[in-house]
Design a protein around this ligand. Sequence first.
Ligand SMILES: [Zn+2]
Length: 338
Amino acid sequence: MRGAVLYAPGDVRVEERPDPKIIDPTDAIVRLPVTCVCGSDLWDYRGINPVTGPAPIGHEYCGVVEEVGSEVRSVKPGQFVIGSFFSSDNTCPNCRAGYQTSCVNRAFVGGCQAEAIRVPLADGSLVATPGQPADEHLPSLLTLSDVMGTGWFAAVAADVRPGMTVAVVGDGAVGLCGVLAAAQLGAERVIAMSRHAKRQRLATKFGATDIVTERGEEGVARVKELTNGIGADAVLECVGTSEAMHQAVRSARPGASVGFVGVPHGVALDGEELFYSHVRLHGGPAPVRRFLPDLIERVWNGQMDPGRVFDLDLPLDQADEGYRAMDERRAIKALLRP
Ligand SMILES: [Zn+2]
């Protein structure tokens, strides 16, 4: 089969790779009609995470079950399924608490920019759609595997409730999905922080009521101005840089929660500042599995269309162009078709 391999920073190649095979009796093989490039893949692509040698890349997937191991009970060949970037047994104490990305048996599902993948712990990880999706629903379903699930977790971790004013730091696909999640969860005002016209337009379509183009302390001041000097009731941090995290904490009112889902790179917070802020922090790798049944239903019923974050649609063989376009911020998110 064909699959993308990261050789070195800036060097993604699509090449022949071995077909995935059932290894454990709890595995499933899933054939992928669509896959995509994630903002977090760029940490590797840019060499910010060390690249130690050729490695298959990609961690977002949905598709048709091709084969299952002898112990798999809940999914069967032919079903269309979605899973998270971490597989989980969905039975351990952490899974039962809703934190499947901390499953005691978790395994990273990598190498997803490919024609097919092996998903470990298939019963606990994969959720089937009610039927075979129409082609036009594939992008939205694919976002549930990571960016929409992660934006949703950011909103849940920030304790977004109806009537709230929510600020979203970050206008990548996750931030935009965070805007959509906040709107779906009933936020009255959603302040999207973005300085890119195309992303501002999508944020508005997803439910943003206000756009703040300023960053850092100026961004914080603007959010305060929009909230009578108090700050937002909930803040979603969807970047992972020190500037974004500080902007998020300082945009929150006392008693607010910050849901942080950007993978932190060089983020350090001052304990004393945090102490006097009265702000709660909750985040981490999104337990996407917890939200999949609800999110599948919302897409299936046409309540939301997160697939609009894809503004570039390429054959898998042009994965390198997808990376380049996202790296240069020419594209929000690249869909790849194996
Ligand atoms: Zn578990």
